[in-house]
Design a protein around this ligand. Structure first.
Ligand SMILES: NC(=O)C1=CN([C@@H]2O[C@H](COP(=O)(O)OP(=O)(O)OC[C@H]3O[C@@H](n4cnc5c(N)ncnc54)[C@H](OP(=O)(O)O)[C@@H]3O)[C@@H](O)[C@H]2O)C=CC1
Ligand SMILES: O=C1Nc2ccccc2C1=O
Length: 315
């Protein structure tokens, strides 16, 4: 099995496996449609897929969130796979709310939310806990981002999570936390791919300067026809490079994210496609090819999530 490289988190020195298997998006939607009590009930199909991700494909990093309702399956998959808990990195996220119709699920904040999530997963601790969204407003999150961060720090102090971070935060929101933090955020999980390299603008550079690891969700966007409906500027080059390196499109596109110093969070409902993804660690994109991909990618813009917040400054 491919040995998965790691990124080192600045504060703890913890080694975070450089590719994650996500249990959001399609898994979240499918489960909501099929299950009466998605928060409490594990579905067999997803439990088995996550188990296969570990035992068949070789993933060592699972990504979930309170709002996905897939924490139960992640917990079940750890048990079923029989791997030592310390060998799998588990990230979850506090549902800080999205808009007035979808406020935070646990009004008191992340301390109580993670306490409930750990029960659902039947785990003692997480490796990483993130604040899922930056939309702090009294009608959505009930508490301020500063109070949420204080509770995140208490979760570290009490051993309920080893690392803490954020998701979908722009530079301004990160600065708010850095001002009050005793424990700095270790990660910002954001949408990032060839067609969204300098998002929100400057957040990737800001993170890299401040020792915050960037995680990329939706990393495969440039090769997904349901997202890039009329093709994009890297298509021809991608065809040329997959022949040159003898790899698949998925491997090339994920590798580009990794070589950018960013950790991709991908997913699939197919265990062979998951195994294929890990092949991204078996080759290196040459410097010139990497630069050409980066430059061509930067000529096109696509954002699938939270356009209003990032581009118009409102939610
Ligand atoms: N923090 C946040 O706000 C967010 C976090 N996330 C996290 O990131 C994870 C991954 O996000 P996602 O956008 O799904 O990631 P990807 O960009 O990796 O897309 C994965 C999807 O692409 C499909 N796919 C893969 N390869 C191909 C191919 N060659 N041709 C056609 N379809 C293909 C898969 O379908 P198939 O099943 O058929 O293989 C799957 O549905 C989520 O599960 C979640 O954990 C996601 C969004 C927001
Ligand atoms: O996986 C995810 N899918 C989503 C859709 C909307 C908002 C957040 C998310 C996720 O984190």
């Amino acid at each position: 099995m491919t040995q998965i490289p790691t990124f080192t988190l600045a504060r703890t020195g913890d080694q975070i496996p450089a590719l994650a298997m996500g249990s959001g998006t399609k898994h979240r939607i499918k489960k909501k449609a099929e299950t009466d009590n998605p928060k409490e009930t594990a579905t067999e199909e997803l439990t088995q897929l996550l188990t296969d991700a570990i035992t068949y494909a070789g993933f060592t990093h699972l990504d979930t969130a309170e709002t996905y309702t897939t924490e139960v399956e992640v917990g079940e998959a750890i048990k079923r796979s029989k791997v030592d808990r310390s060998k799998v990195w588990i990230t979850s996220k506090y549902d800080s709310g999205w808009r007035v119709e979808y406020p935070a699920s646990t009004p008191s904040g992340p301390y109580e939310a993670l306490t409930k999530s750990l029960k659902k997963m039947d785990l003692e601790y997480l490796d990483l806990y993130l604040i899922h969204s930056p939309f702090f407003h009294p009608d959505i999150s009930y508490i301020t981002v500063e109070e949420a961060w204080r509770q995140m720090e208490k979760l570290v102090e009490d051993g309920k999570t080893k690392n803490i971070g954020v998701s979908n935060f722009n530079t301004e929101m990160l600065e708010k936390i850095l001002k009050v933090a005793k424990i700095k955020p270790q990660v910002d999980q954001i949408e990032f791919h060839l067609y969204l390299q300098n998002q929100s603008p400057g957040v990737v550079q800001f993170c890299q300067k401040n020792d915050i690891l960037v995680e990329a969700y939706s990393p495969l966007t440039p090769i997904l026809p349901h997202r890039i409906t009329n093709g994009g500027p890297v298509d021809e080059l991608v065809e040329k490079l997959i022949k040159k390196y003898g790899v698949t499109k998925n491997q090339l596109i994920l590798r580009w994210v990794y070589q950018s110093g960013v950790l991709p969070v991908t997913t699939s409902s197919n265990k062979d496609r998951l195994k294929e993804a890990l092949g991204m660690f078996d080759f290196t994109i040459d410097k010139e090819d990497f630069t050409e991909l980066t430059e061509l990618g930067a000529t096109f813009h696509y954002r699938g999530f939270f356009n209003k917040y990032f581009e118009e400054g409102k939610i």
